[in-house]
Write a protein that binds this ligand. Structure first.
Ligand SMILES: [Fe+2]
Length: 218
């Protein structure tokens, strides 16, 4: 059974430094994602899309701080707060996404995460069936997420459209598959299934297991 503790433990900390959100370097060379993603997609996705979320999060933070300090338009607060949620959610999920893709195919989770997956989904095939369906069934753009739900301490699979929806209720996402078209269209065009299947084959279970162990104790 997973304990809903350790909210003070974090991963993806490389996305924040010196008082601002930053674009961390990729965990490996863009060409190292080659089993799943082409190099051009990785560069565009990281250097422009992910970077835009970092800039958006910092911009929204500054706007909200101005409002708090009496310098900004207080009526703009809801809009700025939504902007922060969307961009900060996007920043965090992209940090997680880069780590979610491994170079080796067919890795396996560590024993603690494997037990938790089996407890919740029956077996690994059950988890993959659910995760794949979440990614493929998403209408338009979004994410398939594996997260630890803190109240029940259970692993759960989510399909979310807006980035911030993955953070609702104190969820701790530990695996993220980006199914916005910018993530896969250059190589896979409209064949999202081929992209999702390649992603699933190359899940970096070592990283996901580490995130799981930081989020919970068995
Ligand atoms: Fe993305």
């Amino acid at each position: 059974m997973v304990s809903p503790t350790c909210m003070d433990k974090h991963y993806c900390k490389e996305g924040y430094a010196g008082g601002v959100y930053i674009l961390p370097p990729l965990p490996c060379a863009p060409s190292d994602f080659g089993a799943v993603l082409d190099e051009e997609t990785v560069r565009l996705h990281h250097d422009f899309h992910h970077a835009a979320y970092v800039a958006g999060a910092n911009g929204a933070m500054a706007e909200l701080q101005d409002i708090a300090g009496g310098k900004g338009d207080v009526n703009a607060t809801p809009c700025a707060a939504r902007k922060l949620a969307f961009n900060l959610g996007g920043h965090f999920l992209h940090c997680l996404y880069w780590h979610s893709i491994g170079r080796e195919a067919n890795q396996m989770p560590d024993s603690g995460l494997m037990s938790a997956l089996c407890e919740q989904f029956g077996d690994m095939e059950g988890f993959i069936r659910l995760f794949r369906a979440a990614a493929l069934g998403m209408q338009g753009s979004g994410w398939a997420i594996l997260a630890v739900e803190q109240m029940s301490a259970k692993l759960m699979v989510f399909a979310v459209h807006w980035h911030q929806d993955a953070m609702v209720g104190g969820l701790r996402p530990i695996l993220a598959c980006d199914v916005w078209e910018h993530a896969y269209y250059l190589r896979y065009q409209n064949n999202r299934a081929a992209y999702v299947d390649a992603f699933i084959r190359h899940i970096n279970w070592e990283w996901v297991s580490r995130c799981f162990n930081l989020s919970c104790h068995s």
